[in-house]
Design a protein around this ligand. Structure first.
Ligand code: MG
Length: 272
């Protein structure tokens, strides 16, 4: 397993990658505004990563339109589930895939949204069709498409992957999201979706304490995710891919929390 962090696409990527190196890391995920998806930027990323020995494991696609991270407006704003934003967001993900291909990135991830738990839900066929288009486009670019976990239960995620045919599809497993959305115990979720994991967000958090707001995010090791048990099980399942630290704050405290998380993760990864 390799430890990485999440970087934002910025005009000066030399500086962004320098900050990654300063954290003692050479693996990362990339996310960022699609306004910066230029050929020049892609070429620049390829050149710097090659020169510095940096690997970008996954690019994270964002999208236009409103976004509310809660249980009330989340289902009608997040991802490609809400029909009114679906087309624009599929196009955005396709754009991300094309940019990633030029930048030499082999995995494209995003939040698909609150995927309906019932396959009979009238929204379900449209969501699957949109995903089929995205997955097909990623495949043409030699990439896999990864679902970020959180807004749906593990069994619903598994069903969608089976309905899509598995090929070229994986999961970016975020154990904290499973807790913060109140959808699953991350440890048990591995029994249902562990085989599809291709990248991980090392993030910690708590279960929600009311029916409207997500649970809170915490520094790694201070929330409800049982990381020692999680890593023991990941190893048992044969996972040997990237582990990407996610800390949803900014500034100096974020840097400190990332360094602390990397220290904890190194210990867990090297444990027999
Ligand atoms: Mg995440």
């Amino acid at each position: 397993m390799t430890i990485g962090a999440i970087l934002s696409l910025k005009p000066n990527m030399e500086e962004v990658f320098r900050q990654l190196k300063a954290l003692g890391l050479s693996y990362c995920q990339l996310s960022g505004p699609s306004e910066l998806y230029t050929d020049e930027m892609a070429g620049n990323i390829r050149a710097i990563t090659k020169r510095e020995g940096i690997t970008i494991t996954t690019i994270f696609s964002g999208w236009p339109g409103p976004l509310v991270w809660d249980f009330i407006e989340g289902p009608i704003t997040i991802g490609i589930v809400p029909p009114e934003y679906r087309m624009a967001r599929v196009e955005e993900t396709v754009k991300t895939s094309d940019f990633a291909a030029k930048a030499g990135i082999a995995q494209v991830a995003t939040h698909v949204g609150f995927i309906p738990e019932s396959p009979s839900d009238p929204l379900y066929p449209g969501v699957v069709a949109a995903l089929r288009h995205i997955v097909g486009h990623c495949k043409k670019n030699g990439q896999s498409f990864l679902f970020e976990t959180g807004q749906e239960t593990p069994i619903t995620l598994r069903r969608v992957i089976e309905d899509l045919g598995r090929d070229g599809i994986g999961i970016n497993f975020d154990p904290a999201n499973l807790l913060m959305y109140g959808k699953a115990n991350p440890l048990d979720a591995l029994d249902i979706i562990g085989e599809f994991i291709r990248d991980i967000h090392a993030k910690d958090g708590e279960y929600p304490i009311n029916g409207r707001e997500l649970g809170v995010e915490k520094p790694l090791g201070q929330g409800r995710v049982n990381f020692p048990a999680l890593f023991a099980k990941l190893k048992q399942q044969g996972y040997d891919g990237p582990v990407t630290i996610e800390r949803e704050i900014s500034g100096d405290q974020q840097k400190k929390d990332i360094l602390m998380a990397a220290e904890i993760l190194r210990g867990l990864i090297t444990q027999p």
